[in-house]
Design a protein around this ligand. Structure first.
Ligand SMILES: CSCCC(=O)C(=O)O
Ligand SMILES: [Fe+2]
Ligand code: NI
Length: 244
């Protein structure tokens, strides 16, 4: 079962009713990574080892969040559910049970990620998030880290924190889709810089309709032979002539 992701309100209570699932591209947009393994199959060991090697996660320990097993259970849950960020990635592999990671999207709305057995999730450094158990009321997590682990949670607001600032900068750099479609971005696209930005069709149409109006105006005011000369030159200059 793929991860389930949906929008939730500010308070937990009003959430359970409107679970309209969002596409997983929502997570990509905000830099959240995920994998799914089957902790019960031996092959998953190898897959996990590969992920750890690729991303440099050399540290590992376990955390059982369970009423009987975790000291100060209630207090810890309260802290987990307090909106915070970290200066490093938060990496969790869910071995048992289930929980909700709420992360802030680009509009500062909560997006709820339901992690179940086998889900691995990586929250980027600087992202605001919180965590709660699901109805099973327990979860067994593997915590991974790159280098010496630091578990400091910086509660919101952290707008002066350089890691938060860096995260937000990356978000806006990667998603400045508003410019795509404007003629001056084509060289950026050609350089392979922002190839997979979403193209905003409304912006494309705005640019094209300007050209169409311009050509129509010229067609009205110049004699036909001149118009064809004008067109061939204009199209060449606009670089939309098909190459033969
Ligand atoms: C116990 S994992 C989820 C809670 C959290 O965000 C954290 O530990 O930083
Ligand atoms: Fe956290
Ligand atoms: Ni338990």
């Amino acid at each position: 079962m793929a991860l389930q992701v949906w929008t939730v309100g500010e308070d937990d209570e009003d959430l359970k009713n409107h679970r309209e699932l969002l596409p997983l591209s929502k997570l990509q947009e905000i830099g959240v990574l995920y994998w799914h393994l089957d902790p019960k199959r031996p092959e998953s060991e190898e897959e996990l080892a590969k992920i750890r090697k690729d991303r440099g996660y050399n540290y590992m320990d376990h955390l059982d969040i369970c009423p009987g097993k975790l000291a100060n259970f209630e207090e810890k849950l309260k802290n987990f559910f307090t909106e915070h960020m970290h200066a490093d990635e938060e990496i969790r592999y869910n071995l048992e049970g289930g929980g909700y990671f709420d992360v802030r999207d680009k509009d500062d709305k909560w997006v709820r990620i339901w992690i179940k057995e086998g889900d691995i999730i990586v929250l980027p450094a600087g992202i605001y998030h919180r965590f709660a158990l699901d109805a099973a009321n327990h979860v067994k997590l593997m915590k991974l880290f790159l280098g010496e682990p630091v578990w400091i949670a910086h509660n919101r607001p952290q707008e002066d924190h350089p890691v938060w600032q860096e995260y937000v900068k990356r978000l806006t750099d990667d998603n400045a889709g508003g410019l795509v479609g404007a003629p001056w971005t084509s060289s950026l696209l050609a350089n392979g810089k922002k190839k997979d930005w979403p193209i905003q069709s409304s912006k494309l149409w705005k640019n094209n309709s300007t050209y169409v109006c311009f050509f129509y105006l010229i067609w009205l005011i110049v004699p036909p032979p001149l118009f064809s000369v004008f067109c061939s030159h204009a199209l060449y200059l606009l670089d939309v002539m098909p190459e033969n």
